[in-house]
Design a binder for this molecule. Sequence first.
Ligand SMILES: Cc1cc2nc3c(=O)[nH]c(=O)nc-3n(C[C@H](O)[C@H](O)[C@H](O)COP(=O)(O)O)c2cc1C
Length: 171
Amino acid sequence: MNILVLNGSPRVNGNTAAMVAAFAEGAEKKHKVKVLEVCKMDIADCKGCEYCHTKGNGECIQKDDMQKVRAALQEADMLVLASPIYYFGLNGQLQCVIHRFYASGAPKNLKKVMLILSSGSDNVYDGAIYEYKKAFVEFMGLENMGIFKAHGEQNKSEAILSQLKDFGQSL
Ligand SMILES: Cc1cc2nc3c(=O)[nH]c(=O)nc-3n(C[C@H](O)[C@H](O)[C@H](O)COP(=O)(O)O)c2cc1C
């Protein structure tokens, strides 16, 4: 299986990146894992111009790095969304990518999805999980493979990282 991870965190050695690395270490034993650090990519938010649904035939009028994400999505069987919690939701960079799914939706080959979240405090995940379940599981019809969260001292802890590594290996 091809697994595509979209990591929204701008912190290269941050808490979300550590969770992604642990997951990838486990999953790479059997699967191909590609990680895109979307914060380092040039991806604007959706303009809401509706070009994609009128003249564009599912193509976005904006020619930026979302084209690279779209190409990687075409190859992926499973998508992993990874984000720090910013103000009780997903962070902005990842949110821009999600809004850009509007042009052509999820590719047909994509079947599974998973969520990784890191935060300072506990009990701050409802907004991000609501969006994930509504948009990716219900609306796009992807199978929810799991939601992994770490807050405060749990971040970068052996317990969380081995949980993610084991889960990756179990796929
Ligand atoms: C702009 C901003 C907003 C944040 N908002 C929240 C929040 O609402 N709740 C929370 O628990 N932590 C919040 N945090 C803390 C981060 O979620 C936390 O430090 C996380 O582990 C960062 O992950 P990273 O190292 O992968 O970037 C915020 C941090 C920033 C920079």
